[in-house]
Design a protein around this ligand. Sequence first.
Ligand SMILES: Cc1cc2nc3c(=O)[nH]c(=O)nc-3n(C[C@H](O)[C@H](O)[C@H](O)COP(=O)(O)OP(=O)(O)OC[C@H]3O[C@@H](n4cnc5c(N)ncnc54)[C@H](O)[C@@H]3O)c2cc1C
Length: 465
Amino acid sequence: MFYSSPPYSPITPQILADIRNAVGEDALIEDPAKLEEYGKDATDHRQTPAIVVRAVSAAQVQALLRLANVHRFPVTPRGLGTGLAGGSVPSPGGVVLSLERMNRILSIDTDNLIAVVEPGVINLDLKKAAQSKGLFYPPDPASLETCSIGGNAATNAGGPACIKYGTTRDYVLGLEAVLPTGEIMEMGVQTRKGVVGYDLTHLMVGSEGTLGVITRLILKLIPNPVSVNTLVVLFPELSMAMKAVTSILVSGHIPSALEFLDRRCLELVGDLLPFEGARDAAALLVLEVDGLPGITERELEKIGEICLENGALDAFFAPDSHKRSQMWEVRRQVSVRIERDWPLYVPEDVVVPIGRIADFVDGLPALEELYEMKIYSFGHAGDGNIHVSVTAESRDLAGKVEKGIRAVLARALSMGGTISGEHGIGIAKKQFLPMELSTESIRIQKEIKRIFDPNMILNPGKIFD
Ligand SMILES: Cc1cc2nc3c(=O)[nH]c(=O)nc-3n(C[C@H](O)[C@H](O)[C@H](O)COP(=O)(O)OP(=O)(O)OC[C@H]3O[C@@H](n4cnc5c(N)ncnc54)[C@H](O)[C@@H]3O)c2cc1C
C-alpha cells in the first residue's frame, strides 16, 4: 500500500459521471489497455489508475480537484512519467491527472528574458525555442527529450549544467498552481528579484506534486552562450580525477559541465569512446566550457593542463559537434547498458561534498561484498552528485540490496551529504527519509501538507505517509 489513511472512495459510476460532467468526455481515458501506460514511471513501481484525466486547462484541473474533495478520491499529477522516484505512480483506485496536453509555450519575451509556459512543454522544446531567439534555458536533465517542464519544477530537476547554472528552482520566477482544495493561486514574480512574503513558489518547486498542480510557469532565461567546447580526460585513479576537479575550481574556472565515470562504468561503455585507452583507465572526466568564441578554447586548454598536472593519462578535445555528441552519448549509455545487463537495478543519486567523492566511491566495494550487489558510480563531479547505480544478479536479492542501499545512503550522510540530489523521494525512497530528516522536520513538513491539502487528496503517500 502507498498510503494508510484517510479512507478514500473508489471511483463509483456516480463519481465517474460527475468527473465526466466536470472535465468533458474528451479529457477522459477509461480504456484499461491505455490506463496501464499511466500507471508507471521510470521505476519498477506500478499501479494502474481507475481513470486518467488529460487536462487542457487550469479550469479542468480545478473542477477535478474540487470533486476529489467532495468525494474523497486521490489524484496524482503526472507530467511525462520519466520520474525516478515513483512520484507520478497513482494511489490504488485513484485518478491520474495528466498535464501532457497543456504543452504550449505561451511566450518567449526577449525584452525581459523570460518564458511563460504550460507544464506539459518538453524541456528540449523550450531550450530550442529559447535558443532560436538567442536565449538559453539551462536546466538539462539527461531525460530532456522526454520530460516535462512541470515535472522538472515538481522535482527540481538538474543535470550536468548545475555546476555553473544551478537547478530548475533557480529558473522558476513564478508560477500558477491549482491548490489541492481547488483554488487557483499565482505565486512569485515576473521580475529577477522579489522578497514579498514567504517564498511559496520555491516551496512548490520540488514538492513532487503533493502541494498543488502547476498549471503555468514563468521562467528566467539568460543569453545563449555562443561557443561550447568539450574535453575528455582519462585518469589512472579516481582520486586523481577528483583532485583535478578541485584544482580546476579553485583556479577560478567554472565549467558548464564536469562529469565523471568510474572504472566499472568505463569497462561498460569504454568501447564507445572514439579513442584508445579508456578501458584501461580508472576514471574519466567530461568537461565543458561555454561562453565567447576564442575564450572557451583557451580556457579548456588551461583546464586540460591542470588535469595533466594532476596525473591525467591523456586528454582529448572534441573538435566538432559530432565528436562532442559522441562523447555525451557515452555518458548517456551508462544507464542504458546497466539496465540492459542487470536483472535488478536501483538508481540512487546521493550527493557528497566534492572533496569526498573519491573517498565515498572507494568505500563501496566493501558494501558490495556484504550485500551481494555491484555498484556503478558516475555523475556530476562538479557538484558532488553521484549516480550510485546499484545492481544485482537476481531480483530475489531485492531485500538484501535494500539493506545495502541503506548502508550506501548512511555512508553519504556520514560524509555530510544528502540521500537525493535530483530524483526526489516519491515512494521509492520514503522509507529512507528519517535517515536524513529529524522528527521535527518531518512533523513540520506534514503540517505544511495538511495546510495545503486538508483532505489529503493530492498525491497521497508520496514523500511520507
Ligand atoms: C533516462 C533518464 C534520465 C534522467 N536524468 C535525470 C537528470 O539528469 N536529472 C534529473 O533531475 N532527473 C532525471 N531523470 C528523472 C526525471 O526525468 C525527472 O525527475 C523529470 O523532472 C520528471 O519529469 P516528468 O515530466 O517525466 O514528470 P513525472 O515523472 O510525470 O512526475 C514527476 C513528479 O512530478 C509531479 N508532477 C509532474 N507534473 C506536475 C505538475 N504539473 N504539477 C505538480 N506536480 C507535477 C508528479 O506527481 C511526480 O511526483 C531522468 C529520468 C530518466 C528516465
